[in-house]
Design a protein around this ligand. Sequence first.
Ligand code: PEP
Ligand code: MG
Length: 581
Amino acid sequence: MTQTDFSTAMWTLAGQGVVNGYAIGKAAVMGAAALEVAHYYIDAEAAEAECTRLHKAMDQAREDLELIAQQLPADAPLEIVPVLEVHRLLLDDPMLRLQSSAYITERLYNAEWALTTQGQNLAAQFEQIEDPYLRERSADIRQVIERVLLILNGQPAVQQELALHAEAQDGGLIVVARDISPADMLRLRKIRFSAFLTDLGGPTSHTAIVARSMNIPAIVGLGDLRRMVRDGDMLIVDGFKGVVIVNPPEAILQEYRKLRAEHLGQREQLAQLRDTPAVTLDGVSIQLEANIELPDEAQAAFEAGADGIGLFRSEFLFMGRSTLPTEQEQFEAYSTVVQAMQGRPVTIRTLDLGSDKTLDGEKTVATNPALGLRAVRYCLTRPELFKTQLRALLRASQFGLVRVLIPMISSMGEVKAVRHALELAEHSLRNEGVKGAFNYELGAMVEVPAIAIAIEPFAQNLDFLSIGTNDLIQYVLAVDRTDAEVAGLYDPMHPAVLRLIAHTINRAENYGKPVSVCGEMAGDAQLTNMLLGLGLRCFSMPASQIALVKQEVLKAHSVALRRKVAAALNRAERVDLQKLN
Ligand code: PEP
Ligand code: MG
């Protein structure tokens, strides 16, 4: 995929464009500066917890080293084994562990400060030793400490680094990183960037999803860009083609400035469709709703003409922070969205944590997190946390209809357990004297293939369904949605995926239940005709995509599309988009 030519000033690299658009700016390369250490004093009562935080990070570093040692490739240099062993021993060395803890308990240093202080002491002692072998061990100490600091500081440190970059240069910056976690993407929303480029990641990873909600061009799966590009290099990002151009000459810059201006002009024109109802040529009304990650996006969704919120990913309220949001905080967030939408339906998904979305400080231990204790499974094992969220949702439903959407349902037993949890939450509110009706509906995400196949009881017993194609595709095709190495196998157009979508829509219709698609497919204007042909009548997508999809709807003939798509599905073929669009 790469065409690098380092012999000339300009070179290019291709990955997977996940947010369309063009950006021109300087590279802000996220690298070693992420190890900047925070120095602060802690409260005496927090000392024990701070020691535990440090020891856990050191244990984690040791486990990582053991894993690296076990998985060394056959051709790894021989010297690496003793180096890893020295690093592992250093992590267990009481001189490092106990003395760092003493800095925490006696001087009330934070863990990072305590560790670097003791690390410096030890390194200085080694540097005094005459024996050259032992003298060199000071470098090992520094490396071990960096490893622990990364674990202690990983995510927030990236944000600090980015903030520094943003301060140093005014806008126009293009983030170049190995990977950016969804939580870091949230933090980045506060800083002005014009594009994101990552070495890792797939098209429907949550990092890509947040970039899409920010409407900033993004390319993932660039392989080794971060190592090859230098801080401050001039970059052109072509999100349409998934190409980065490094150090372009003036003529190419001018070409892209023109393209960017044209693209922005087209976007402005499209925005004029805002109040035009989305109706096909043959008179079928289509609902175009918005996906949001945080409450402050609801206003923009309303202004973009969204017919409702089809998916509020509530877990983003819980991420990128060290404490859980209280019931009151959640209630305010949910009611802000309900009120911003002025009577249009609001779908709030209960916590979908796990897989690539984790709470700060909570590390996934599952060997296969996408199949592990995720989403509703996680909530049902944390009844208090779930109850807090359900109470907040019920209270918000007193301001307008709230559709409570449960992620990753795989059995009717889970639906019953959620209903029971809702009853308990309702009961507790009534006991506290809360009066008035709770105005809510209960629905499920269709993202586990099992329920798409055996959809009937879900369509019968729930108020609505929403097809989460991002996960459905990953589970049907056994392709990790976040893994750049298999991104080429992640195929929304696979006939098995399309048949499951068609089946779900068809059965939901039989039971008179509304069904939407809220995965990224819904916001891809190239797929609008195909989804209309599958019978879809409600699409939920990033607000920035609504006008583009509406433009397709206005040109579509639903009956003709249904006929064409049905014929292709009967032959179990990949639908030929050329013939539909
Ligand atoms: C999906 O899986 O399609 C979906 C909308 O949920 P998420 O992307 O948050 O997993
Ligand atoms: Mg999902």
